[in-house]
Design a protein around this ligand. Structure first.
Ligand SMILES: Nc1nc2c(ncn2[C@@H]2O[C@H](COP(=O)(O)OP(=O)(O)OP(=O)(O)O)[C@@H](O)[C@H]2O)c(=O)[nH]1
Ligand SMILES: [Mg+2]
Length: 453
């Protein structure tokens, strides 16, 4: 029998109310031990109806007045008997209610354990379980929509179709394995190949959404870089809408990198302010410059800020910039301080002209950033499906083996060999939704969840 688990499902802190959850066969019995109510025994309570009562300690003293709801298996989130308790939202009071549940026989839940049980009880597939975390972590409306699509099972549906196609091809092949002397007739071989090519085409299209998936889940990495005093920190503050970074007219103000999330038309953007790039004399600033360069290397997009009131020729120390000009990183030249008048040397130069002080040009800059997101592969399509890195790895494995199977079939290899690759492909596709023996995978996956989810 699975142990009954309990957790505080809301964040630690003070709030009007908090929610505690319990799931497992003994949840109702445990609730019976700690809950006193005029509505009578918890065992006899109607399910999915909130009742008012007290949670009491072992001596019968009230810990808190709460609302309690019983969900009977299988009609609950986890598919098991579940009890939810809404207590007051204090740090001490929620801990005391949890302690009462544990004393009465529950075990504190591991991170993600409720969702893991929901998966194990067939309430959702793995992609949906992952979507729960995407939904909780979503920072923009686009990310939320994509998480909801996945939670609805849109990705699972696609993946299951791939599985069915592979299974059908394998079944077809098995028939020939039973009669090895006959070999695969050319027509069958052709139709199996066609089926498999379709599988790899669909899988590749899904792989192509991984970049969107990364951006939606982790954000587009936009690094603000340039010479000291160009106005990088001013730009960070302007895009953020509040004074996050110190701005001053002494060159070399910013040392450590400063990172904040912003939302540009639904795209989550991780905006990073960095130390001005120059040959720094002092050690702390040198370290800052090193960090700035590292950030630039890992960026999706660099906003190269320049002081456009100064002569272009006087800008950008080539030594300081060494190693930051990777051709793979997208760049936008941002010409700042236009309020001071643009120096003639910049007149012909293409770039987004802004003034942080006068808050001019911000919309054009947002537009330019949004367009770059499209260039690095942001195009969700109408279905809003975007796979994560784990899905991508599984799909790549599936493609490799499916394509290998096609090669073998075309070369007239015996069906046993082809079947080996097809089983590998099937295993890879199955592990996306969790339809394989995947204990290790599950442990790793659910440990990244919140406790109580
Ligand atoms: N006139 C004018 N001054 C600006 C503008 N943007 C920034 N400044 C000024 O330029 C100076 C440097 O701004 P910061 O934002 O600290 O520059 P930074 O690039 O972060 O500098 P470091 O952190 O030293 O590398 C400050 O005095 C700002 O007030 C602008 O658009 N117009
Ligand atoms: Mg700065």
């Amino acid at each position: 029998m699975e142990q009954t688990i309990a957790a505080i499902s809301t964040p630690v802190g003070q709030g009007a109310i908090a929610l505690l959850r319990m799931s497992g066969e003994s949840s109702v019995d445990i609730a019976e031990k700690v809950f006193r109510s005029a509505s009578g025994s918890v065992r006899e309570l109607p399910q999915r109806v909130q009742v008012l009562g007290d949670v009491v300690d072992t001596e019968g003293n009230r810990i808190d007045q709460v609302l309690l709801t019983v969900f009977r298996a299988p009609a609950s989130y986890t598919g098991e008997d579940t009890v939810e308790i809404s207590s007051h939202g204090g740090i001490l009071v929620t801990a005391a209610v949890l302690e009462a549940l544990v004393e009465a026989g529950a075990r504190p839940a591991e991170p993600g354990e409720f969702t893991q049980r929901a998966f194990l009880n067939g309430k959702m597939d793995l992609t949906q379980a992952e979507a729960v975390m995407d939904l909780i972590g979503a920072r923009t409306s686009l990310a939320l929509r994509a998480a909801n699509r996945q939670l609805e099972g849109k990705l699972g549906l696609r993946v299951n179709l791939l599985r069915e196609q592979l299974l059908a091809a394998l079944a077809h092949l098995e028939a020939y394995i039973d009669f090895p002397e006959e070999g695969i007739d050319p027509d069958s071989s052709q139709s199996i190949c066609e089926r498999l090519i379709e599988v790899s085409t669909v899988a590749r299209a899904l792989i192509d959404t991984a970049e969107e998936g990364r951006i939606l889940r982790e954000g587009l990495i936009v690094v603000i870089a340039g010479l000291p005093n160009a106005g990088k920190s001013s730009l960070l503050n302007l895009l953020l809408g509040f004074d996050r970074a110190i701005v001053s007219n002494s060159a070399g103000t910013t040392r450590d990198t400063i990172e904040e999330m912003i939302n540009i038309r639904g795209i989550p953007v991780r905006l990073v302010d960095t130390a001005g790039l120059r040959k720094a004399k002092e050690q702390v600033e040198r370290e800052g410059v090193c960090r700035a360069k590292r950030e630039v290397e890992g960026a999706d997009l660099v906003l190269h800020v320049q002081d456009s009131s100064l002569d272009q020729g006087s800008q950008d120390d080539p030594v300081a910039f060494a190693g930051t000009d990777s051709a793979e990183v997208q760049r936008i030249l941002v010409l700042n301080k236009v309020d001071l008048g643009i120096h003639p040397s910049w007149e012909e130069v293409e770039g987004v002209r802004i003034s942080c002080v006068q808050q001019r040009g911000v919309e054009s800059l947002r537009e330019a950033i949004f367009n770059v997101a499209g260039l690095v592969g942001f195009d969700l399509g109408s279905e809003m499906i975007a796979v994560n890195a784990r899905h991508r790895d599984c799909l790549e494995r599936a493609c490799r083996h499916t394509e290998k199977a096609v090669e073998l079939l075309r070369a007239g290899e015996s069906p046993e060999f082809v079947a080996i690759d097809l089983r590998e492909a099937l295993d890879a596709v199955g592990s996306i939704v969790g339809k394989v023996d995947t204990e290790e995978l599950l442990g790793e996956l659910f440990s990244s969840f919140c406790i109580g989810k």
